[in-house]
Design a protein around this ligand. Structure first.
Ligand SMILES: Nc1ncnc2c1ncn2[C@@H]1O[C@H](COP(=O)(O)OP(=O)(O)O)[C@@H](O)[C@H]1O
Ligand SMILES: Nc1ccn([C@@H]2O[C@H](COP(=O)(O)OP(=O)(O)O)[C@@H](O)[C@H]2O)c(=O)n1
Length: 217
């Protein structure tokens, strides 16, 4: 079987990470959550209280541990759970729109995918990080369904939220991500769109697995 890279992009809470993780497990590939990397820099931004993004990316000590899921280590501390909190979610799209932040992380992500065999999810993976990925998916779902899914996620994680605010937050973040100047969220021309509204996790995983198999042969 041929080694390939798979890029999964799309708006907030469309199911990208859930499906990317399962597809990676199925084919013994490495799963990379690029959103978590933007979230980690955002946490550092909140802690440092500075708008000097050049300084932030120079100083940051960010380690991505890629075994069995992904752990994010910021300055020696595992922040994998912390970066899901509301304060980070509120600011992440702003921080992710800054040029030094994007240049730094795209470079890190390209290094992670250098040997192929990764399933990487985010907003600009198919367009910017891995434009040569063998399979590109653009995953969408209705805002209502995405907000409901995130509500359940938050309940499980013990994060307080309500449906209406989640819907507003998802819409606001999508608008910001789609309209920023540098590598905005957009479907790559050669990406395959999958609308997961009303589909089960298994159905989406199977669909993408079939596509992946056809690229590996
Ligand atoms: N068909 C589906 N595809 C993907 N995720 C689904 C589906 N149905 C329900 N979910 C749930 O929706 C949530 C999606 O969140 P996540 O994978 O973090 O999305 P994203 O990475 O796009 O932000 C998960 O809790 C997952 O269990
Ligand atoms: N490749 C990426 C991944 C995330 N991001 C930014 O990081 C934010 C958080 O990404 P995420 O994947 O954790 O978002 P969720 O949909 O999981 O909440 C997004 O809203 C984008 O602003 C990005 O700009 N480029």
């Amino acid at each position: 079987m041929k080694k390939i890279n798979i890029a999964i992009d799309g708006p907030a809470a469309a199911g990208k990470s859930t499906i990317a993780k399962l597809v990676a497990q199925k084919f013994n590939m490495i799963y990379v959550d690029t959103g978590a990397m933007y979230r980690a820099i955002t946490l550092y931004y909140i802690e440092q209280e500075t708008e000097d993004f050049d300084r932030l990316v120079k100083e940051i000590d960010l380690k991505i541990v890629l075994d069995n899921g992904q752990r994010v280590i910021l300055n020696g501390e595992d922040v994998s759970e912390r970066i899901r909190q509301n304060d980070v979610t509120q600011k992440v799209s702003y921080v992710a729109s800054k040029e030094p932040v994007r240049t730094f992380l795209v470079n890190e992500q390209q290094k992670l995918a250098n040997e192929k065999n990764v399933v990487m999810d985010g907003r600009d993976v198919g367009t910017t990080v891995l434009p040569d990925a063998e399979l590109k998916i653009y995953m969408i779902a209705s805002v209502e369904e995405r907000a409901l899914r995130r509500l359940k996620d938050n309940e499980l994680r013990g994060i307080e939220s309500d449906l209406e605010s989640l819907k507003l937050d998802i819409e606001r973040r999508d608008q910001y991500d789609m309209n920023r100047e540098i590598s905005p969220l957009v479907k790559a021309e050669d990406a395959i769109s999958i609308d997961t509204t009303g589909l089960t996790i298994e159905e989406v995983t199977n669909k993408i697995s079939e596509l992946a198999k056809s690229k590996m042969n």
